[in-house]
Design a protein around this ligand. Structure first.
Ligand code: NDP
Ligand SMILES: O=C(O)C1=NCCCC1
Length: 350
């Protein structure tokens, strides 16, 4: 879509959405670069259909900035610590600009060594994780990333939330089309989706969470007020949630989700934790091996030959294409609430 805002139909072009979100973030204390990065991430998630981490998150970004919990102007410090290892101290800023600061070095190391790891600490992530891995796969690299958050997930059998919703995102090049990627929380549901269900008065599927007494519940409000989410897939998702904690706290030198304490910053919504990213160059030492992207394609074709399956990332790209043609549909009330956030003095209650 070209042209400026289509306020009547409430369809916005991607560029207009980014510009407006950037204005909101700048008005609330972000530097030009941070505002641009967060606005692009937020608009990208909305455009691709990841509603729980799109426009819905703007109120959280703004209330966190206003609470003083995060530094919207932080300058990350990149440390080149080993041939295949980069560390970044985000200096209590957002994770995305910290990742951007290290991106070129990580890619260079992955190509030189075949593999590189990036460990970000002292950072805030409120976005959709696939956007952190997709760009590597577009350049022929495999990327895997994990991020922890705040303790809202219990280990089955316990009543004490210890894990974050801890998503895992993976992206790989393939011979045809955009990267194959997937990205989901290791909890039965993302916390954002529980919040959306609570706002809409919807019950949740069985197995999503427990109430404050540890009893199973389908009530989102019971999960949000003293209860907790469960990991997906019983002990399997639980182990993955634990792995994410280890990779995002112990490895990076950051906080476990259960260590996040924002009690002195009412309104804070972005957990200050860590993120790990692993990038692999599939061509490294591949010699006469079958071309990697073609092998990925072979797997996808074999899966498809068994029936009309839905693969991860299949809905994301059509949503993106539709947005390029028609603009991104926005809910009028939600958009108006975001525009109102440009006024710095406004009180945010979410
Ligand atoms: N920053 C943070 O700390 C956190 C961020 N998040 C983010 O929230 C977002 C949503 O997470 P979550 O709700 O757990 O994700 P979902 O449960 O919605 O799963 C999304 C992934 O699964 C794929 N998928 C969905 N349905 C199917 C299906 N029927 N068959 C095959 N594949 C399917 C999607 O593909 P497709 O791409 O086609 O849609 C996508 O890759 C993620 O982007 C995540 O990174 C979550 C928790 C914490
Ligand atoms: O939806 C979630 O779950 C989260 N998203 C952003 C960070 C906190 C957890």
């Amino acid at each position: 879509m070209t042209g400026r805002k289509d306020v009547t139909g409430r369809h916005l072009s991607f560029d207009d959405m980014v510009a407006t979100l950037g204005d909101v973030l700048r008005a609330n204390g972000c530097s030009e670069q941070v505002a641009q990065t967060l606005a692009t991430n937020c608009a990208s998630a909305e455009r691709d259909g990841s509603k729980s981490h799109g426009l819905f998150r703007m109120e959280g970004y703004v209330s966190t900035l206003r609470s003083g919990w995060v530094d919207g102007r932080a300058i990350p410090v990149v440390e080149d610590v080993a041939p295949g290892f980069v560390r970044v101290d985000a200096r209590n800023g957002f994770t995305l600009p910290a990742h951007d600061a290290a991106r070129a070095l990580v890619e260079e190391k992955a190509r030189q060594n075949g593999i590189a790891a990036l460990a970000i600490r002292n950072s805030h992530h409120l976005g959709a994780l696939y956007l952190d891995v997709e760009s590597y796969a577009e350049k022929g690299l495999i990327a895997l990333s994990v991020v922890n958050s705040m303790a809202v997930v219990v280990h089955p059998g316990s009543t004490k939330p210890v894990y974050g919703t801890n998503p895992i995102a993976f992206a790989t090049p393939r011979a045809e089309g955009g990267p194959f990627l997937f990205d989901f929380a290791t909890s039965a549901m993302a916390h954002g989706d529980v919040q959306v269900a609570a706002k809409q008065g919807r019950q949740l599927p069985p197995g999503t969470g427990v109430d404050a007494n540890g009893a199973p519940t389908q009530d989102p409000n019971a999960i949000l007020s003293g209860g907790a989410l469960l990991p997906f897939g019983a002990h399997k998702g639980t182990a993955l949630a634990m792995m994410v904690e280890i990779l995002c706290a112990a490895l990076v030198g950051g906080q476990y989700s259960y260590e996040v304490d924002w009690s002195e910053h009412p309104g804070a919504h972005t957990p200050r934790t860590g993120q790990t990213l692993i990038v692999i160059d599939p061509t490294a030492g591949a010699g006469n091996l079958a071309p990697f992207a073609q092998r990925v394609e072979a797997l996808i074709q074999e899966i498809r030959s068994g029936g009309p399956v839905r693969l991860p990332s299949e809905e994301r790209y059509p949503a993106r294409e539709a947005a390029a043609r028609n603009g991104i549909a926005v809910d009028a009330a939600q958009w108006d609430a975001i525009l109102a956030l440009k006024a710095p003095a406004q009180t945010v209650t979410a």
